[in-house]
Design a protein. Structure first.
Length: 465
């Protein structure tokens, strides 16, 4: 199970970055719903890879958050213009439009989430507020504004009793869904919180932020469970939990999406490699497929049913985070493939144009960073030129699939890492950051004695969270 996985489908049609995507609830005919900076909401047939009908138009600005009701009947989307639009999933028509504010700054609707009973839905805004709505009438039930910065994610617990919000103020806040009362102290992180998911039994919260780490929390007490997992070399923009709770997927600015075993916290299967930043990831209802999207503007569909756990002896044990085993109800070793159905073959022949330019490349020879990460920040290296290991000289010990290799630290490698540190690694405008950032993994590498020697980006490509 070395190298990278090849997508089985490439869904093309968006003309700008894919911001968020979700699967429909109908397992008999899988559909994917996506938002984009091209100001559209699109629905796709996952089996054929084709768009279903025309794009849904209603936002006069970039579309961001998206959610579908548990019964699969209604879709809500949010935009840069502050609008929340409820759509009929069947007729693809607008049911109602909500617009909490009509003027001012930071109107963007970043995240949306339906309650498990579909009676309410929550919305998170760039101005740091969250609002809870009655789904049937579209009435505002209550809001809360105690975050000190943008709210990047909001999510109901599986029982619907609690609601959690994550913010660029480095905290998660957990509340009673019905009263808005805060149930724990703020859950503190080292950087902006971009994503969070609940375990299926509601006993744990798992969060991710701009330091590239994944955090594990006790939902009842708000205490942290073990050390964070250093999962990526860039900001983590999105996470998703498999239906069984056995797998966690994460999407990052480091051009990869990755799968993790929730019991061992070890990598699962192969890397889902992209050519650019990955903004969103989702599991299909049956857990057999993962969909990803990002700055490339393409949605990739991956069949993970045949993936196995990466052998732990391929990674230096000293670089893996030791952590207590988290508890999940009904954990299994492999994702179920019995519930998802695609029209046609599950592994069709893929035209060259449907595969990322580096998607078919075997990256098993590339160095692996802490916690088993393939360093996708390294520029492409041909087999006839410099070795992959040489490209990372100066970054401290390199862990390859063949063991740990100590490397030296020539001045040229210091310059390479400094260029990495100075690169724009964000899709939120610099002026919108209000908090100093903690040192990143690369900064720590830069200041190692032996080593000698990520969203500031273009406002036109600003991602919602």
């Amino acid at each position: 199970m070395e190298g990278t996985l090849i997508p089985v489908k490439s869904l093309r049609g968006h003309t700008h970055s894919v911001q968020e995507l979700i699967f429909s609830k109908n397992v008999d005919e899988l559909k994917i719903i996506s938002t984009s900076l091209d100001e559209t909401v699109r629905i796709w047939n996952a089996g054929t890879g084709k768009q279903v009908g025309e794009p849904l138009l209603g936002h006069a600005a970039k579309t961001c958050g998206i959610a579908i009701s548990t019964d699969g009947i209604n879709i809500v989307s949010g935009g840069e213009d502050g609008k929340i639009i409820m759509w009929s999933a069947e007729t693809r028509t607008i049911i109602r439009i909500l617009k909490p504010r009509t003027s001012g700054e930071n109107l963007r609707v970043v995240s949306l989430s339906f309650s498990p009973d579909d009676k309410t839905f929550a919305s998170a805004f760039r101005d740091g507020t969250c609002k809870v709505w009655n789904s049937e009438a579209g009435e505002l039930l209550y809001d809360f504004d105690d975050h000190q910065d943008m709210v990047g994610i909001v999510a109901y617990s599986p029982s619907g009793v609690k609601i959690a919000s994550g913010s660029s103020d480095h905290t998660i806040r957990v509340r009673n869904t019905h009263t808005g009362e805060r149930l724990t102290q703020p859950l503190l992180h080292a950087d902006a919180v971009r994503s969070l998911v609940w375990s299926p039994d509601g006993r744990q919260l798992i969060s991710a932020c701009d330091d590239g780490q994944i955090y594990f929390w006790s939902a009842p007490t708000g205490t942290q469970l073990g050390s964070p997992l250093q999962a990526h070399l860039g900001h983590i923009n999105c996470m998703a939990m498999s239906p069984s709770g056995s797998l966690l997927a994460s999407a990052s600015n480091d051009h990869t999406a990755r799968l993790w075993n929730t019991v061992t916290r070890q990598p699962f299967g192969r890397v889902l490699q992209h050519n650019d930043r990955v903004y969103t990831v989702a599991f299909s209802p049956g857990g057999q497929f993962v969909a990803t999207g990002g700055r490339e503007g393409v949605i990739f569909l991956w069949d993970i049913s045949q993936e196995g756990v990466i052998a732990t002896d391929a990674v230096s044990v000293s670089l893996l985070h030791a952590a207590p085993v988290p508890h999940f109800a009904g954990v299994i070793n492999q994702p179920s493939s019995s519930s998802d159905s695609l029209a046609g073959s599950l592994r069709p022949s893929i035209p060259a144009s449907d595969v990322p330019s580096d998607g078919a490349q075997d990256r098993s020879s590339l160095p692996i960073a802490p916690a088993g990460l393939v360093n996708s920040e390294v520029p492409p290296i041909s087999s006839s030129s410099t070795s992959a290991r040489d490209a990372l000289q100066g970054a401290g010990p390199v862990v390859s699939l063949h063991g740990t290799v100590p490397v030296s630290a020539p001045p040229s490698s210091q310059s390479f890492l400094k260029r990495l540190l100075s690169k724009s690694d964000t899709h939120v405008a610099p002026a919108e950051h209000s908090k100093p950032r903690k040192p990143t993994f690369f900064h720590e590498l830069l200041h190692r004695k032996r080593g000698g020697t990520e969203r500031g980006g273009n406002p036109d490509d600003a991602q919602p969270n």
